[in-house]
Design a protein around this ligand. Structure first.
Ligand SMILES: [Zn+2]
Length: 310
């Protein structure tokens, strides 16, 4: 009896080991969008218990001596799968993990990249934003995504970018730029000079409704400056890679400008926020994925931003 039990236990643990080894070696599909530049594209979904928050575009750039990760994913497991995928494609070590901004679908794979020789890079406001929101994010992750996170999953940046920073990956230069308040108050973009690719993460939404968590006026200002850059392609945080820059920006700029005009006009007419939430920007419904999930929240934030302007 004892022997049978031991045998069962031993078989169970062998199976568990095999399964966990299989799990740690899991990889996913990435698209090579330029030499040495790869992205895994997310779907237009809300974070839930099926996708576990893995909904954003995440990727990596390979230089001669270093790999830079461009957002780590929505949970530690997705981060691990991204890491496995990188290791399957190249022997070049990972030196940098660039966090585009504070949102969980972009940074909660960080823990899987922690280790010797890896530096985390974020906007100068990222650490503060992570600290302010960490308790809420940790709690919500378990409730909504079925992912148990711990304070170790809040990885603060080693290098904070206040203006801009050039990273040399070995024959490949990345320009990391810190932006003023826009999608959030801690947005970074990255220009890969050798492929003339601009990674905007959530500074650009394609197909998916743009989500405001920083400043509408600030975002329009940053987009105006970004539109002047001469690049071959841009990679949004959500949606496909776009080759036509700055034309690719137009739907987002149109939506944000329309919100600005309509909400400003309602405030001037003495309308209340409750009315604005119901009425403003409704002509854009049907043009964007996840409009119902985010539009009213956008109007609420825009109303608060514009209410006291001169
Ligand atoms: Zn975001």
């Amino acid at each position: 009896m004892k022997y049978t039990m031991l045998l069962c236990l031993s078989l169970f643990f062998s199976l568990f080991t095999v399964l966990s080894q299989a799990q740690t070696k899991e990889t996913f599909e990435v698209q090579k969008i330029a030499p040495g530049l790869y992205f895994h594209f997310g779907h237009h979904e809300l974070p839930n218990r099926e996708n576990h928050g893995g909904i954003a575009n995440i990727g990596f750039v390979v230089g001669k001596s270093c790999v830079a990760v461009l957002d780590s994913g929505g949970n530690p497991q997705q981060g691990l799968v991204l890491k496995n995928t990188i290791e399957k494609i190249t022997d070049v070590p990972i030196c940098y993990v660039i966090n585009s901004h504070v949102h969980p679908d972009h940074v909660f794979g960080n823990r899987s990249f922690k280790g010797k020789g890896v530096q985390f890079i974020g906007h100068k406001n990222l650490a503060r934003a992570l600290q302010l929101r960490s308790a809420f994010y940790l709690q919500r992750s378990e409730e909504q995504l079925g992912v148990k996170l711990t304070p170790q999953d809040i990885v603060l940046p080693d290098i904070m970018v206040a203006d801009s920073l050039t990273l040399d990956l070995g024959g490949r230069l990345l320009t990391v730029t810190a932006h003023g308040s826009a999608h959030t108050d801690n947005d970074l973009s990255v220009l890969d000079k050798s492929s003339q690719t601009l990674w905007l993460s959530d500074l650009l939404f394609v197909e998916h409704l743009p989500v405001i968590d920083g400043s509408l006026k600030g975002w329009l200002k940053e987009l105006k400056e970004l539109s002047l850059l001469k690049v071959k392609r841009v990679v949004p945080g959500h949606g496909p890679v776009m080759g036509d820059w700055p034309a690719a920006l137009k739907p987002q700029v149109d939506y944000l400008t329309m919100l600005l005009k309509e909400v400003r006009s309602m405030i001037k007419q003495g309308k209340f926020i409750e009315q604005a939430i119901v009425e403003a920007g409704q002509t854009a419904a049907g043009r964007w994925a996840l409009f119902d999930a985010f539009h009213k929240k956008n109007v609420t934030l825009v109303f608060a931003e514009l209410e006291w302007e001169d």
